[in-house]
Ligand binder design. Structure first.
Ligand SMILES: [Zn+2]
Length: 405
């Protein structure tokens, strides 16, 4: 009771303080040039993006724009423009039928509209042509169609007409540090960059809520599959891991690094079938994680059980053989899943772009399924490449640079 009284007294004190405040507190603000705008959507970028050079010869800037409908009334997306925040120059536009291909609601459903209080993501891939100036920061102009907004919340929005609201926001500065330059995670010829950037699925859009945060750790992941000299990824009974040229290839260190995590005892899977017992702990299968420095971690997944040649704490040199490529974890065929992210957690970290210092492009795999013969189509960017990230379905050759321990 005594405590309650003290609270009341404290409140009374506050009331007196308010009453004694400056008289102009209730007067309308008189700031010249301030034009506040009601905006139905809250916009924010998920990460500070790092531009990188793709093996398509273009610079890519990949991140997500979180969009929250802050009202109880629906908002239909009309367009998104990504702007150079300084000049206002439009660097990319999404509208019409492209919206649902580049926007999804929380949980992953493609959409071009948000219900009241719903949220979702624009999956952004800004592409700059050679010679185009790199912006320092990006902003976003979003047009949405929604019920007219009034300052007074009591006004019933449903009785009003639909209006288009143009709002700009979600400004994000680009990371000024260039993408990390690494060696290849594999050696030899005929490696296909499956599920690489900036294809819609499955890596680029693998937004997974972990530890209370929505992470996209696989934003720039590649599932590397090797084809043989006859462009075959598998032969004979392809349910046998041994019938894949990928199986048993060396996974090698992409840089001088420290081993920070190893898992080596999960069983091999049968090829051509997705396992039904996948969980957060076993999805990556047997894996090695390297601390590459500068807050970057290299993640090698689906390795052969019992094949890992390094232990936690080991210092490895670039090219050092870490393990053999296998088919463990959540996988349908032997492949090396490799990505770089900003933390040790395979899922609880944000995917970072990187570039491979030297490799050669054979072409792009077309009509590629995860087995059988690959048709490789020529590309304008054929031949040797320096400091670039192989793009989705590119077929590349890596130098043989293995240094055995
Ligand atoms: Zn993968």
């Amino acid at each position: 009771m005594r405590h309650f009284l003290m609270v009341l007294l404290a409140l009374a004190g506050n009331m007196q303080a308010l009453a004694a405040g400056p008289q102009n507190q209730l007067a309308p603000p008189a700031y010249a040039g301030v034009h506040d705008q009601n905006t139905p959507l809250l916009l924010s970028a998920t990460v500070r993006p790092t531009p990188f050079r793709g093996a398509d010869g273009r610079v890519h800037i990949d991140y997500e724009l979180l969009v929250i409908n802050a009202r109880a009334t629906p908002a239909k997306l009309v367009s998104l423009e990504v702007l150079d925040a300084a000049s206002g120059q439009v660097l990319g536009t999404v509208s019409g039928s492209e919206l649902a291909r580049n926007f999804s609601l929380m949980g992953g459903a493609a959409s071009d509209a948000l219900d009241g209080a719903q949220a979702g993501y624009f999956w952004i891939d800004v592409v700059l042509e050679p010679g185009q100036a790199l912006p320092k920061a990006l902003s976003h102009r979003v047009v949405s169609a929604t019920a007219e907004m009034r300052l007074t919340p009591a006004v019933k929005a449903t009785s009003e007409g639909t209006v288009q609201i143009t709002q700009t926001g979600g400004t994000v500065a680009l990371n000024q540090q260039p993408a990390l330059v690494l060696g290849p995670p594999l050696e030899g010829t005929g490696w296909i960059a499956f599920n690489g950037c900036c294809k819609e699925a499955p890596h680029r859009r693998a937004g997974i809520p972990v530890n209370g945060i929505l992470y996209v750790s696989q934003r720039f992941a590649i599932d590397w599959v090797k084809m043989d000299a006859n462009a075959q990824q598998s032969y004979g009974d392809s349910s046998k891991n041994e019938n894949w040229p990928t199986y048993g290839q060396n996974a090698i260190a992409v840089a001088d690094a420290t081993v920070v995590s190893v898992l080596d005892d999960l069983p091999e899977r049968v090829a051509n079938a997705l396992p039904d017992d996948t969980n957060v702990q076993n999805a990556s299968g047997n894996h090695v994680i390297l601390d590459l420095g500068r807050g970057h971690y290299g993640f090698y997944a689906h390795l052969q059980p019992g094949s890992i040649k390094v232990r936690v704490g080991d210092r490895v040199k670039r090219g050092h053989v870490l393990a053999r490529v296998g088919n463990s974890g959540n996988t349908t065929a032997p492949h090396l899943h490799f990505h770089v992210s900003d933390g040790v957690g395979p899922l609880s970290s944000q995917g970072l772009p990187y570039v491979i210092d030297a490799f050669s492009v054979q072409g792009i795999g077309v009509d590629v399924t995860e087995q059988g013969k690959v048709t490789v189509k020529p590309l304008p960017q054929q031949g040797p490449q320096r400091a670039a990230l192989p793009m989705d379905a590119y077929v590349v050759d890596f130098p043989s640079a293995t240094k055995k321990k």
